[in-house]
Design a protein around this ligand. Structure first.
Ligand code: NDP
Length: 242
């Protein structure tokens, strides 16, 4: 059984990925930084669904993935990771000129430092086994840039460059590193938008709707099942939007 670590899986896209990979018989390890109740609910739901009741398919840990020391300690407790899904992330809406340094750091820590922290800890055993897969959840704004989301777009652009560079570094070890760049997906991250905001965004989306977390999870699974020759790619899922 392969083990997958999915960061930021107490809800939204991360939870959808965890549910799908568990259905496909991965052992899944899930994290979040704050909402422990929701995280444990996802864990319990997955374990209830498990067909082999002797195997706990899901383990859950509260851990801020942007905190290097905390992530290092977490990895000391974990089995070797075959699949790493770097999904944890936060958004920030507002003019750059109004943004505090602390908020800038919060976005960079959750969205970008987290990739350094998890990859540094996960890669060693993958290199030794000459096998492993890393998928980073980016955003369409990582290449297009979004007004009022300069920090978020910067962090996601960083994820794209990180993905391409690390893919080159790890291809000789048969480790594939790819990223998914979603457009607008129906999760709590967009809860701050009004119905009118959402309607006007949908007008710009050729598919005429926003995406579902389960669709991102399906793409994630497809990438895990793709030929090993596919690495260093940023794959959009945005209904033709950007
Ligand atoms: P949600 O806000 O619904 O979920 C985010 C998850 O990440 C939660 O489980 C949250 O848990 C966790 N999280 C946040 N910060 C940390 C941290 N420092 N350490 C560990 N866990 C953390 O968002 P989505 O599901 O929408 O987003 C998932 C990913 O998809 C993000 O990277 C986001 O940028 C990306 N994305 C989302 C899009 C969308 O339209 N929804 C579009 C493009 C990309 P807790 O709050 O308990 O810490």
């Amino acid at each position: 059984m392969k083990t997958a670590l999915i960061t930021g899986a107490s809800r939204g896209i991360g939870a959808a990925i965890a549910r799908l990979l568990a259905k496909k018989h991965y052992k899944v390890i899930i994290t979040c930084a704050q909402d422990e109740n929701s995280l444990l609910n996802v864990r319990d739901e997955i374990n209830k669904e498990a067909t082999n009741k002797e195997t706990s398919l899901c383990e859950a840990y509260v851990c801020d993935m942007g905190d290097y020391t905390a992530v290092t300690k977490l990895f000391d407790k974990l089995p070797e990771i075959d699949v790493l899904i770097n999904n944890a992330g936060i958004s920030y809406f507002g003019l750059l000129s109004d943004m505090s340094y602390e908020d800038w750091r919060r976005v960079m820590s959750a969205n970008l430092d987290s990739l350094f922290n998890t990859c540094k800890a996960a890669i060693g055993p993958m290199v030794r086994k000459k096998e492993g897969k890393i998928i980073n959840i980016s955003s369409v704004w990582g290449s297009a840039g979004s007004s009022l989301e300069v920090a978020y777009s910067t962090s996601k652009g960083g994820i794209n460059a990180f993905t391409k560079a690390l893919a080159k570094e790890l291809a000789p070890s048969n480790i594939q590193v790819n990223a998914i760049a979603p457009g607008m997906i129906d999760t709590a991250m967009n809860a701050c938008l009004t119905e009118e905001d959402v309607a006007s965004i949908i007008e710009e989306i050729p598919a005429d709707r926003i995406g579902r977390p389960e669709e991102v999870a399906e793409l994630c699974l497809k990438i895990l099942e793709a030929p090993a020759y596919m690495t260093g790619q940023i794959i959009s899922i945005d209904g033709g939007w950007v």
